[in-house]
Design a protein around this ligand. Sequence first.
Ligand code: CA
Length: 227
Amino acid sequence: MQYKILIVEDETDISRLLTKILEAAGYKTKQAFSGTEAKLLLEREIPDLILLDLMLPGMSGEELLYEIREEQYCNIPVLVLSAKSSLNDKVALLKAGADDYITKPFEPEEVIARVQASLRRIGKTFSKKDVLSYKNLKLYPESRKVTINDKELILTTYEYEILYLFMQAPQKVYSRENIYELVWKGGYYGENNTVNVHVSNLRKKMKEADSAEEYIQTVYGIGFKLK
Ligand code: CA
């Protein structure tokens, strides 16, 4: 299967470079040169992954990311391309629903590695057929769907993977390092806040969907488990 990647980047040189790198690695690409154009393309065709530049004319990358996460195609992995490199920006991006980020200037190998890692994350669960349940939660690995009280819970790729990990072993306590290794495959645990941010987003969404229940417990000094 050939994956389709939407490149949202207004600088033609960078867009062309990314196209070249990705096509050489066997991916199909589509280009959008503004946030508005990307939105139009997304209404017609859903890609497998989006590479999103933040500094775009008109609608910014952040705004587009927000809209993507609000829509039906919210579960597509989004890798943000950004020249910004301070930790605050990165945490804000992960909070906004980005799955990963690539700092400009980038190396072709890094782009491919991150794209592959994200696609592996969504691909690896397709073959599993068992529905997992916990309290009012149900998780359908085959369709990557999660429901609370039979209402669908919209999660980002990482939120889903973290929840999937927890639901496979409800009694197990996972350290942040554990979670990072298992969910962000191939990465190293450099950013202490990454796991916390995603777990806290996940908690928030579950709380909104089911305010009467608690699902994730913080185990002091260790990490997290299902409650
Ligand atoms: Ca730009």
